[in-house]
Design a protein around this ligand. Structure first.
Ligand SMILES: NC(=O)c1ccc[n+]([C@@H]2O[C@H](COP(=O)([O-])OP(=O)(O)OC[C@H]3O[C@@H](n4cnc5c(N)ncnc54)[C@H](OP(=O)(O)O)[C@@H]3O)[C@@H](O)[C@H]2O)c1
Length: 358
C-alpha cells in the first residue's frame, strides 16, 4: 500500500533555518509543505523572497494566525528563543506533532531559564515532556514521539564529538573545555551592527563568554551521558553534574561550525581515539570519523557531522573536533531527521548523503 504524503508546516519559514528547511523539504519524497509562515512576508511568494526556492512556484507565506497548524502531520517551529514557549505548549496540549528549533523545550530544569535566558519559562509544566532530539543518542525516544526539541548547533557538534569519550570513560568530564566557531548565519537573518559585512569581514571574535545560552544544554546532555558511565577514577565531577567551559567565536563565513573539545585523559593515553570513536558511531548515517581533522567546508549543505581526534601525550589531554553545517545538522537537517523518525519514515529520507564542495 502506498504511504500517504505527510503534510508539514514551517513556522518562521522566512528565517535562515526555516528557509533551509524549506529547501530540504522541496526534495523530500514523503512530505509536502502545506504551510510556511512569516509575519513580514505574509502574502508574498516564497520564490520572490528566496529565489533559490523558486521550486515553490506561487505558494505564498501565510500569517501564523489562521494557518491550520493543528491539521498538519508535523509542525516545525523555527522561531527565535522565547517565541515557541506559549505556541509549543498550546500545540502540545492539542496533541500536535512538533519539532521546535529553539532552546524553549530543551532544558529539563525550569530554574535554568531565568539563569541563562534572563526570564522564567512561560510553560514550565511542559519541560521534560519534549524529547531532546539528538537522534544518535536518543533515537529510541524520538521514534514515535510527538514533541521533539531540536538541539542547538554548538551542542550538536560538541556532544557528538565528546560522547564516545565520555561514555567510554576516556576523559575526566570535569575538565572539558569547548572552543567553537560559527558562521554568521548562526545568528539568524535579522541585521545588526555586529553582523554587518564591514564588521564581520576580516574579523574574528569570541562572544557570550562565559554565559552563552548553549552552555546549560551541553552540560545537561553530558551529565546524562556521564551518568550512564561510571565516573572515571580520580575524576573531579560526579556523574550528576558536568560543568564545562564554553567559548564560541564568530567567523567571517556564511555557514559552518567547528567545535574543538579538550579534556584531561582519565587513564593511560589510548592508542587511537579515532578508531574508538569510529567503533562507537558505527552504523550512524550522518556521523563520520575522518582521518586527521575535520573541516567545515566538507559538511556544507549536508546533515553530516565530521569528527576527528588527537591525543596530546605531553599534556595528557584528548582533543576532539567536530565540523557541521550550522543550518544542516545544526538545525534544519537534524529537524528533518527527527521528523522522519517521529513519522516512522527511514531516518535518512530527503537528507541525501553528500555535502557540497568546494
Ligand atoms: N541559524 C542557525 O544556525 C540555528 C541553528 C540552530 C538553531 N537555531 C534556532 O532556530 C530558531 C530560528 O533561528 P534562525 O536563525 O532561523 O532565526 P531568524 O533567521 O531570525 O528567523 C526567525 C523567524 O521567526 C519569525 N519570527 C520572529 N519572531 C516571531 C514571532 N514573535 N512570531 C512569529 N514568528 C516570528 C521570523 O519571521 P517574521 O519576522 O517574518 O515573522 C523568521 O521567519 C532560533 O530559535 C535559533 O536559536 C538556529
Amino acid at each position: 500500500m502506498q504511504r500517504a504524503i505527510q503534510r508539514v508546516g514551517v513556522v518562521g519559514a522566512s528565517g535562515y533555518s526555516g528557509a533551509e528547511l524549506l529547501r530540504l523539504l522541496a526534495a523530500h519524497p514523503e512530505m509536502e509543505v502545506a504551510a510556511a509562515t512569516s509575519r513580514e512576508f505574509a502574502g508574498r511568494r516564497i520564490a520572490d523572497v528566496y529565489p533559490n526556492l523558486a521550486v515553490y512556484g506561487d505558494m505564498v507565506y501565510s500569517e501564523l494566525e489562521g494557518t491550520g497548524l493543528g491539521d498538519l502531520d508535523v509542525a516545525f517551529l523555527a522561531l527565535p528563543h522565547g517565541e515557541s514557549m506559549a505556541l509549543g505548549a498550546r500545540m502540545a496540549e492539542g496533541g500536535a506533532r512538533v519539532v521546535d528549533f529553539s532552546a524553549d523545550f530543551r532544558l529539563r530544569d525550569p530554574d535554568a531559564y531565568p539563569e541563562w535566558f534572563g526570564a522564567p519559562h512561560a510553560a514550565p509544566e511542559w519541560l521534560g515532556k519534549w524529547v531532546y532530539g539528538l537522534p544518535e543518542i536518543h533515537r529510541d525516544e524520538i521514534r514515535g514521539a510527538a514533541l521533539v526539541a531540536n538541539p542547538g548547533c554548538y551542542p550538536t557538534a560538541a556532544l557528538l564529538a565528546l560522547a564516545p569519550l565520555v561514555a567510554g570513560r576516556l576523559i575526566d568530564p570535569a575538565t572539558i573545555v569547548i572552543s567553537a566557531a560559527s558562521g554568521v548565519s548562526g545568528a539568524g537573518r535579522s541585521p545588526g551592527a555586529a553582523l554587518h559585512f564591514a564588521h564581520v569581514e576580516g574579523n574574528l571574535r569570541a562572544y557570550g563568554v562565559p554565559t552563552h545560552k548553549h552552555t546549560p544544554e551541553i552540560e545537561q546532555e553530558l551529565s546524562r551521558l556521564a551518568a550512564g558511565a561510571a565516573a572515571p577514577e580520580g575524576a573531579g565531577a560526579g556523574a550528576q553534574g558536568v560543568t564545562v567551559t564554553f567559548v564560541p567565536h564568530l567567523v567571517p563565513m556564511a555557514r559552518g561550525l567547528l567545535a574543538t573539545c579538550i579534556a584531561d585523559l582519565s587513564g593511560g593515553a589510548p592508542a587511537d581515539l579515532a578508531a574508538l570513536a569510529r567503533a562507537f558511531w558505527d552504523g550512524e548515517p550522518f556521523v563520520r570519523v575522518v582521518d586527521g581533522l575535520p573541516e567545515t567546508k566538507y559538511a556544507t549543505a549536508s546533515n553530516l557531522c565530521l569528527l576527528g581526534y588527537a591525543v596530546d601525550r605531553r599534556a595528557r589531554r584528548a582533543i576532539a573536533v567536530a565540523a557541521i553545517d550550522n543550518l544542516g545538522k545544526g538545525a534544519a537537517g537534524q529537524a528533518l531527521q527527527n521528523a522522519n523518525l517521529m513519522l516512522g519514515l527511514p531516518e535518512t529520507t530527503g537528507l541525501g548523503g553528500a555535502g557540497v564542495y568546494p
